[in-house]
Design a protein around this ligand. Structure first.
Ligand SMILES: Nc1ncnc2c1ncn2[C@@H]1O[C@H](COP(=O)(O)OP(=O)(O)OP(=O)(O)O)[C@@H](O)[C@H]1O
Ligand SMILES: [Mg+2]
Length: 290
């Protein structure tokens, strides 16, 4: 078994190549009609694109991914996904067809893992698709191998560490071999080796033509996993959409949406500040603090 099988060619003849796979027009989402998470989102995502979704905590990244996955429906505006009205998918119409093609790795793996064993969770999707036993077994073995968790197959998900749960949750989506893969902070809580294993896997999925939308706070991996970056501000509005190089070099933009911060330093008697990535708090200046 190889990663090539996990990342194999997309199935998506269903999608008209002249149409974006996702088309959002004036999309708004409010939780319980009170907490507005997204406002006025106009966005088109095309087949084969690798899109990184950036934004500070609470900027609506997870909400947007849940809308793209048809778990939520917009409270205003329209969202068409793979030629379907997402409101209909969220209401259960064509949901089975839709979820053959679109898979979401949740930010919180505890939501994704609900079976007695990791293997049962990874097998759940393929079994729901009605695949033959040997096909289910092959997909499970492949997905577990891709995340290097074959040794955890018989463990109960609640017994796993945070990073192990994350890997199991990702495997449970890989086994579906979705054409469109939505990943919500996939590298959060992964150790460095596993993080780069995942970056490599994401790259191979992209190379194989999969469409990817990935919410992340880890700016260092963005140029590797994405060819387009969409930035949300704290009001759930899209404030930038462009190539990783131009977005990541726009310090004023990154500061304005709290993706980097002015960090105050003291070097002996000298104090100064300059921008840092959120994940870059530990750096050489710390040793200079007096
Ligand atoms: N179940 C919920 N009920 C009410 N409000 C919610 C719920 N989930 C999220 N929100 C609110 O919606 C807004 C967007 O949340 P969301 O989880 O989409 O942000 P995020 O960008 O994914 O943040 P993070 O980086 O912390 O994961 C926030 O203001 C949040 O408090
Ligand atoms: Mg989130």
């Amino acid at each position: 078994m190889t990663g090539a099988a996990v990342t194999g060619a997309p199935v998506g003849e269903a999608v008209d190549p002249g149409e974006p796979i996702f088309r959002l027009r004036g999309v708004e989402y409010s939780y319980a009609g009170r907490q507005t998470a997204l406002e006025g989102v106009d966005l088109e995502i095309w087949a084969g694109e690798r899109v990184a979704l950036l934004g500070a905590n609470g900027s609506g990244k997870s909400t947007l991914l849940k809308l793209l996955d048809g778990i939520l429906a917009p409270t205003a505006g329209s969202l068409r996904a793979l030629g379907l009205d997402i409101a209909a998918v969220a209401a259960g119409l064509e949901a089975f067809t839709f979820h053959r093609q679109v898979g979401l790795v949740f930010q919180d793996p505890d939501i994704q893992l609900f079976s007695a064993t990791v293997l049962d969770d990874v097998a759940f999707g393929p079994l729901q698709l009605g695949l033959a036993q040997d096909e289910v077994a092959e997909r499970c073995e492949e997905a577990l191998a891709a995340m290097e968790i074959g040794h955890l197959a018989d463990r109960a998900p609640f017994e796993l560490s945070g990073g192990e749960k994350k890997r199991a949750a990702i495997a449970s989506v890989l086994s579906l071999r979705p054409e469109v893969v939505l990943l919500d902070e996939p590298t959060a809580s992964l150790d460095p080796r596993t993080k780069w294993l995942l970056v490599d896997l994401i790259q191979r999925m992209g190379d194989a033509g999969r469409s990817l939308v990935i919410a992340t706070h880890e700016l260092d991996i963005v140029p590797l996993i994405a060819d387009r970056v969409v930035v949300l501000n704290e009001h759930g509005r899209v404030v930038a959409d462009g190539a990783p190089g131009s977005i990541l070099s726009d310090v004023d933009l990154l500061l304005s949406v709290n993706l980097i911060h002015e960090h105050l330093h003291r070097h002996g008697a000298t104090r100064h500040s300059h921008p840092h990535e959120a994940a870059d708090d530990v750096h050489s200046h710390v040793a200079n603090l007096t």
